[in-house]
Design a protein around this ligand. Structure first.
Ligand code: PLP
Length: 436
């Protein structure tokens, strides 16, 4: 008979990834806690890579889904008009768009992050009649076709064609002395630069997979001006940084910009269920009927969950204060760690509950993440060498659990350092024995 744990390695493709970093078999999840079949409990600082910002099995959202199902509410409805969708559209408009002075048309695209990006680029190319797209170093936009061509990581892009994308240095990529905007502008104004005018400029205001790189408000505003100047559409990929992750509903709010197109996915489904939402200026709605479709664009469970999430957390601005309180705790912890270990930690950075600690040595970062897991914390890494420990707790995490999770990072770092020191001592002793 096959042991329970062997089933995965015997039958599931080698492509599986997160499960390798957290090698157990999970059974339950509640709020910020995950449970496995061996009776272990873990605090979750990964949060489904930003897809469960409101905690696992959030009881308020869960109740609304249960009620909907008990009423035999329509679950699979292609893009039928349903009460659930109407409620979501109404709430999203009233509670999110209007209070922020935004007027966007909503398109429910295929329900993954990568597909909403595909739709955004398709629309921008159709609207402008241009092919080229400006994307940035360390950007991550997904793993399919066009989205993959926009992704920076060489390993991810492999042999896929990534023509018609101009890669530009992200804010501070070349150090703080480099004037990126003058460089972009020169490329656009010089008819011999070899760079085609872009249909769109796509960016993350905080690069999540790229290593928690926070674009400055000034850079964001200047990019928005540049897009307008050259007739390109500004697309903010808010798939990971949106839905409250950086402290406000949209991550671009802090810069006071209004992108032409916004991509949402991950936590917009509120309960960890698939849903994506493309927002765009009303005059960009030039699609022909059925021109950008797919089967699963009407996940009514997600509409129910998302409407409840909006009602519960975004009816006013109190929730932003709760996020800010938690963010301040994480930020001061990360800065404290960086101050204590300047020889190991290059920098701590982030915004809201999207914080990172960058280590000089990626193997140390990997060892800490591994040790955290043994100590009861699920935490991931990001960056081009996976050298950044990425702290992304649920926005709703209890303060006790938050402090406990941070203590586990501290403890695990101490244990890893002690282990390295012990190994170095043994090596020193061995070499002195060999030498004598
Ligand atoms: N865009 C950003 C900013 C992301 O962080 C991700 C996933 O991490 C994606 C796009 C792709 O989303 P998905 O994995 O759902 O295709």
């Amino acid at each position: 008979m096959t042991a329970n744990n062997d089933i995965f390695s015997l039958h599931e493709s080698k492509v599986r990834s997160y499960c390798r970093a957290f090698p157990t078999v999970f059974t339950k999840a509640k709020g910020s806690l995950l449970f496995d079949e061996y009776g272990n409990e873990y605090i979750d600082f990964l949060c489904g890579a930003g897809a469960v910002n409101f905690g696992h099995n959030n009881p308020i959202i869960k109740e609304s889904i249960i009620q909907y199902l008990e009423n035999d509410g329509l679950v699979m409805g292609l893009d039928f008009h349903t009460q659930a969708k109407r409620e979501f559209i109404r709430k999203f408009n009233e509670l999110v768009l209007m209070p922020r002075g935004l007027a966007y048309r909503m398109q429910f695209t295929n329900p993954t992050g990568t597909s909403v990006v595909e739709s955004a680029i398709k629309l921008a190319r159709k609207y402008t009649g241009r092919e080229n797209v400006f994307a940035f170093t360390n950007g991550y936009h997904g793993m399919t076709g066009v989205s993959l061509s926009l992704t920076g990581n060489r390993g991810n892009r492999q042999a896929i064609s990534y023509s018609n994308v101009t890669r530009l240095p992200f804010d501070k990529y070349l150090g703080s002395g480099f004037d990126e905007l003058s460089y972009y502008r020169k490329l656009l104004r010089d008819n011999s630069s070899g760079i085609d005018l872009p249909a769109a400029i796509i960016l993350e205001t905080v690069q999540g997979e790229g290593g928690i790189n926070v674009a400055s408000e000034k850079w964001l505003r200047e990019i928005a001006e540049l897009a307008q100047e050259c007739g390109a559409l500004l697309i903010v990929d808010d798939i990971q940084a949106g839905c409250g992750r950086t402290g406000k509903f949209f991550s671009f709010e802090r810069a006071g910009i209004k992108p032409d197109i916004v991509c949402l996915s991950k936590s917009i489904g509120a309960f960890g269920v698939p849903m994506s939402l493309l927002l765009f200026r009303e005059d960009l709605d030039i699609w022909k009927v059925g021109e950008d479709i797919g089967t699963f664009r009407g996940n009514n469970i997600a509409f129910i969950a998302a409407a409840k999430m909006l009602d519960t957390y975004w009816n006013g601005f109190d929730f932003e204060e709760e996020i800010a309180e938690r963010a301040a705790i994480v930020k001061s912890f990360a800065q404290g760690l960086a101050d204590t270990y300047p020889e190991l930690i290059k920098e701590s950075r982030g915004i809201g509950l999207m914080q990172g600690i960058e280590f000089y040595d990626e193997t140390l970062c990997a060892a800490i993440s591994k040790s955290c897991f043994s100590n009861g914390l699920v935490i991931e890494r990001s960056g081009e060498r996976d050298q950044v420990l990425k702290i992304m707790p649920a926005l709703t995490i209890g303060l006790d659990e938050l402090h406990k999770g941070l203590q586990i990072i501290d403890l695990s770092l101490g244990q890893v350092i002690a282990k390295i020191a012990a190994t170095q001592n043994i090596e020193r002793e061995l070499s002195s024995v060999v030498a004598s």
